[in-house]
Every structure is written in C-alpha cells, then in structure tokens.
Design a protein around this ligand. Sequence first.
Ligand SMILES: [Zn+2]
Length: 108
Amino acid sequence: MARKFIVDGTEYPDPGANVTPEQFRQTMAVFKAELSNADMTTETVGEDTIYRFKKRVGTKGADCRLGYCATQKLNYGGGGSLATKGKLEKGICPICGGKLSQSTNSKG
Ligand SMILES: [Zn+2]
C-alpha cells in the first residue's frame, strides 16, 4: 500500500507516512502558491491511494478586491509596501496577480 501525490500531472514522492495530504499541500504551496486553494481528489488504484492536486483555473483574481484576495482568501490591507500599492494602482491583486474585480480610484 503506497501513497502517491500528483500535482498538475507531476508525481511527487511520498513525504512520509506521518505527513497528511493537507500538510503536503501546505508544504508545496510554499513553492506553488496556487496550490493553497487547489482541489484535492483522492482515488484508490489497487492498493495505492492517489492524491491528486489540481489548481483551479479561471477563478484567479475573479473576486479579488481592494484589501482582500479571494484566491488566497487573504486580507492584506489597503496600504502595505510600495510593491503592493503599485500593483493595486494597476488594478492587479498583489497576492495572486489576478485582475481586481473593481479598482477603486478615489482621489480625495
Ligand atoms: Zn488575489
């Protein structure tokens, strides 16, 4: 009985029996940010259990707005660093890089 972890078609070695699929996902998300909200499916083939992670497509930035990234489900605050502000001014979500659903360009 073995476990297999497949991320976007690439198979990764079992990180260890004491590592849960969720922990695997979180570890991988450090390198592949999109994994943090990827869909995980579990299937059993013979005696093997296959955990398949597939990043969601088409939702990137769809519901991101000023101060909140819907892709990462993360509040980042309106201010922040210069890099964050620069992206916000272009209507780009500083977290996932998606397009903001609505850019607020209020000057006052
Ligand atoms: Zn975002």
